[in-house]
Write a protein that binds this ligand. Structure first.
Ligand SMILES: [Cu+2]
Length: 256
């Protein structure tokens, strides 16, 4: 019900509900503050109106009510922080699944789009070297590494399986961008020279828009052209087959 009231967008990840609930709790607090402050403001307008108070009174408040209220608001904020925000952060941000527990995908943002590196059928990335990074080789892939032969490279299009954790290793080729998939309730800054993991467990198949959440240049809005598709296992398997590079570099050539 409150999701509707706040027009929260569709959720497609396991932890998304927790994020939404937290947003709702904060709105409850903000609602209470809004009503309380508004009522107090109206009361003060009436209580200290000019016709009743011809002369200014320098004493100010004579009770401690405002202090108690301040303390009560602070306690609610501490509860939101310690019982909800910090445990939620620990659960959905800090505990990144390991190599065997999740699909790992590399994301390289650039002005103005999203490059993806998928480990392919063997679930192993090929070697990458900083020295090899170029306009054609955005991930600095080592073309001689056998683990990298089946790696899939795409632009503005990535597929992940439903109901399996996925870790996005987010980086940038030029300026600071931010990888944001609203449906997944995932957002991570993309910083040149760093690879920062962000993860979730998708739970609803569909095609979802990717946004850049940092103003990154003239074409910033064009970065909404990226899409993430959550596939059923069957669709995902066929996506892998269709996009795995052939020995002559067929599929890879299309996407690089
Ligand atoms: Cu951007």
């Amino acid at each position: 019900m409150f999701e509707k009231l706040l027009s929260l967008p569709v959720v497609a990840s396991e932890h998304g509900k927790d994020v939404d609930n937290f947003i709702i709790y904060i709105h409850w607090l903000m609602g209470a503050l809004f009503v309380g402050w508004s009522a107090y403001y109206l009361y003060v307008l009436w209580r200290f109106r000019g016709s009743r108070n011809k002369k200014a009174d320098y004493h100010g408040a004579r009770t401690h009510a405002s202090t108690y209220l301040e303390v009560a608001v602070a306690i609610v904020e501490v509860v939101l922080l310690t019982l909800f925000a910090i445990p939620l952060w620990a659960k959905v941000v800090d505990q990144v699944p390991g190599q065997d527990e999740a699909l790992h995908v590399r994301v390289m943002a650039q002005q103005f789009g999203w490059n993806f590196m998928h480990p392919g059928a063997d679930d192993k990335f090929g070697n990458q070297e900083f020295e090899l990074v170029s306009e054609e080789n955005k991930f600095g892939r080592d073309l001689d590494d056998p683990n990298g032969k089946d790696d899939i490279f795409t632009y503005n299009d990535i597929h992940v399986p439903n109901k399996k954790p996925v870790v996005f290793h987010v980086s940038s080729l030029d300026v600071i961008h931010s990888f944001k998939v609203i449906a997944l309730r995932v957002c991570q800054d993309a910083i040149p020279g760093m690879s920062i993991p962000v993860w979730c467990e998708p739970n609803q198949a569909g095609r979802y828009q990717i946004n850049c959440a940092q103003l990154c240049g003239n074409g910033h809005t064009v970065m909404t052209g990226g899409f993430l598709t959550i596939d059923s296992q069957e669709d995902y398997d066929s996506w892998i087959v269709q996009n795995t590079p052939t020995a002559d570099g067929g599929a890879a050539a299309v996407f690089e």
